[in-house]
Design a binder for this molecule. Structure first.
Ligand code: ATP
Length: 503
C-alpha cells in the first residue's frame, strides 16, 4: 500500500503529467514555492473561484465584491501591524543547513503525541470486544500521561509565542529533544524573527523611491475601501465585502507543493456588523462556510474545526476549518472575529473617520468585523487530492481517476466519435458545437474508445458522450459516467439538459 508520502508524490506527478500544475520557470530549474497553473489547472481554479463568488456574492443581497490593487499605501501595513509583527520565528540546523519555523517544529512534536494517543486507542479497539472508547480515554494511564504532556507543552508554547520569547522557544525545542528531520542532529542556531512581507521600490529614481509591499493578504484592500463601498453601495449593517486576489508571503518553509506558496491567491470576505453582535455572526459564518465545503460532496470526515487556543490580541474568537490533506489535517480556511481593530487602526493612521451611521440608534460607530479567509490554492489541493484515486477493476487493470465534483471539473463533457469514419467525427463536431456554449467540452478521436475513456478519467471529466452508428438511426448518443463507468443512451435533443441535471 502506498504511504501518505508516496501518495502525495503521485498526486504532484499527476498534476504535472495531465496539465494541471507546472513548477514555475521549469526550464530554468524552477523557483522554490512558486507554481504555474496549466491548461486544466486554470479551469479548475477558475471554477473554484466562481463557486465561491456565487455562494458569497451572488447568493447574498448584502454582500458585494471588489477587486483592489496589490500595491497599497505603505502606511496601511504599519496600521495593520504587518510591518512590526508579521513575523515567523525561524531556526536553522547547523549540520543540514536547513531552515525551519520554530513554531512548526513544536507543533509537529505535539501532533506526534496525538498520534501516540490514537495508536493506543486503536490497539485497544482491536483487542477488546464491546470497547468503550470514552471510558478508555478517561482511564488508560498511557493515554492520560500523553494528554497531560501535550497540555503542558501546549500551554508553555502558547505563552512563549504570546510573549515573542525567542530564547524560550529555542529552550523548549532543546528540552523536547527535537531533531532536524534531515541531519537528525540537535545542533540548532538561535531563533530569529523573520518578516514575511516582500518589499520593492515604487518610483522612477531609486533615491526618491518609496518602499512598498506586495500585499500579504487581500483583507486590507477591503478595510481601506469600507467607507467607499458603504457610501456608494448604500449598504446597511450587517453587510459584507468580498474579494479574490493574489497575496504574497516570503514563507520560510515552503515544501508542501501548493499548500504553502510565496505567491498565492485568497478569497476573503469581511462582514461588518453592529458591535456586540459579532459572536452571533461568527457562529453563523462558521456554519455557512462548513456547509459550502460539504456542498461539494466531499466526505464530512475530511473536515474539522480547530478553535484557536491562542487568540491574536485584536480577535475575540477564531477557528480554522482544517482539511485532511495527504500530509494530515491542516488549515484550509480561517474564520475570525476581528472586532473593530482594523478600521480603528486605519482611522488613527489615516486621520479619516471610518464610521457607520446607524439610523435606528441615531449614532455613529465603527462596525465590528467577522472575516472568512480561504486560500484558492489550498482549496485546489484539497479538491484535487481528495479526487485522486487509483482503483483496481474487475479485470485486474488499474484505473487512475480524478473524482472531481462535476461542478468544478475543468472539462464537463468529452465528445468522442466511436470510430474515425462513417460521418461520426462530423456528427461529433456538430454536438460539440451545440454543447460548447454551455459547457467546457473536449473533442477526441485518437486511439481506441477504451483508452480515450481512461484519459478522460485521469483528468476528471464527469461525462463522455459517444457517437456511434445508432446515432444516425435514432439521434441518441451514449453517456458514460466517470465514477460508475455506467453507460446509457439519451436523445441528442435533451443532451445539454441531461448534463445540467446530472451536475
Ligand atoms: P498558516 O498558519 O498555514 O501559515 P495562516 O494562519 O497564516 O496560515 P491566514 O493568514 O489566516 O493563514 O490566511 C488565510 C488563508 O490563506 C489560509 O487559511 C490559507 O488557506 C491561505 N494561505 C495563507 N498562507 C498561504 C500560503 N503561503 N500559500 C497558500 N495559501 C496560503
Amino acid at each position: 500500500m502506498a504511504t501518505n508520502e508516496d501518495l502525495f508524490k503521485q498526486i504532484i506527478a499527476h498534476a504535472k503529467e495531465y496539465g494541471y500544475i507546472f513548477p514555475s520557470s521549469e526550464i530554468y530549474d524552477g523557483m522554490s514555492a512558486v507554481y504555474d497553473y496549466a491548461q486544466l489547472g486554470v479551469e479548475l481554479k477558475n471554477n473554484i473561484k466562481q463557486y465561491w463568488w456565487k455562494a458569497m456574492v451572488q447568493f447574498h443581497e448584502n454582500i458585494v465584491g471588489i477587486d483592489s490593487a496589490i500595491f497599497m499605501h505603505p502606511t496601511i501595513w504599519k496600521a495593520s501591524g504587518h510591518v512590526d509583527a508579521f513575523n515567523d520565528p525561524l531556526i536553522d540546523n547547523k549540520d543540514s543547513k536547513k531552515r525551519y519555523r520554530a513554531d512548526v517544529l513544536i507543533e509537529d512534536f505535539l501532533s506526534k503525541i496525538d498520534d501516540k494517543i490514537e495508536k493506543e486507542v486503536e490497539k485497544a479497539k482491536k483487542k477488546f470486544e464491546n470497547f468503550d472508547e470514552a471510558l478508555f480515554r478517561q482511564t488508560n494511564a498511557r493515554v492520560l500521561e500523553n494528554v497531560k504532556k501535550k497540555e503542558d507543552i501546549t500551554n508553555r508554547f502558547a505563552q512563549l509565542m504570546n510573549d515573542s520569547d525567542l530564547v524560550g522557544l529555542k529552550g523548549l525545542i532543546e528540552e523536547l529533544g527535537i531533531t532536524c528531520p534531515i541531519s537528525g542532529s540537535r545542533n540548532w542556531t538561535d531563533v530569529r524573527q523573520f518578516n514575511l512581507m516582500f518589499s520593492t521600490q515604487m518610483g522612477s529614481v531609486s533615491e526618491g523611491a518609496d518602499t512598498v509591499y506586495l500585499r500579504p493578504e487581500t483583507a486590507q484592500g477591503i478595510f481601506v475601501n469600507f467607507l467607499n463601498v458603504y457610501k456608494t453601495g448604500r449598504m446597511k449593517l450587517p453587510f459584507g465585502i468580498a474579494q479574490i486576489g493574489k497575496a504574497f508571503r516570503n514563507e520560510i518553509v515552503a515544501r508542501q507543493f501548493i499548500f504553502r506558496m510565496r505567491e498565492f491567491e485568497q478569497m476573503e470576505m469581511q462582514f461588518f456588523v453592529k458591535p456586540g453582535e459579532e459572536l452571533k455572526w461568527f457562529e453563523h459564518w462558521k456554519e455557512e462556510r462548513m456547509k459550502w465545503h460539504l456542498s461539494l460532496g466531499i466526505d464530512a470526515s475530511q473536515f474539522r474545526f480547530h478553535d484557536h487556543d491562542k487568540l491574536a490580541h485584536y480577535a475575540n474568537a477564531a477557528t480554522d476549518i482544517e482539511f485532511n490533506f495527504p500530509f494530515g489535517f491542516k488549515e484550509l480556511e480561517g474564520i475570525h472575529s476581528r472586532t473593530d481593530f482594523d478600521l480603528k487602526q486605519h482611522e488613527e493612521f489615516s486621520g479619516k473617520k471610518l464610521r457607520y451611521f446607524d439610523p435606528e440608534m441615531n449614532e455613529n460607530y465603527i462596525p465590528y468585523v467577522v472575516e472568512t479567509s480561504i486560500g484558492v490554492d489550498r482549496m485546489f489541493l484539497a479538491v484535487f487530492s481528495n479526487a485522486y484515486n487509483q482503483e483496481t477493476l474487475e479485470d485486474g487493470s488499474v484505473r487512475t481517476v480524478l473524482r472531481l465534483p462535476a461542478k468544478l471539473a475543468p472539462i464537463k463533457a468529452a465528445i468522442l466519435p466511436l470510430i474515425k469514419k462513417d460521418g461520426m467525427p462530423e456528427k461529433a463536431r456538430e454536438i460539440m458545437d451545440m454543447l460548447k456554449h454551455d459547457f467546457m467540452c473536449q473533442y477526441d478521436d485518437k486511439d481506441a474508445i477504451g483508452r480515450r475513456y481512461r484519459r478522460q478519467d485521469a483528468i476528471g471529466t464527469p461525462f463522455c458522450i459517444t457517437i456511434d452508428s445508432q446515432t444516425f438511426e435514432d439521434n441518441t448518443v451514449t453517456i458514460r459516467e466517470r465514477d460508475s463507468m455506467q453507460q446509457y443512451r439519451v436523445s441528442g435533443e435533451i443532451l445539454a439538459e441531461e448534463i445540467r441535471r446530472k451536475m
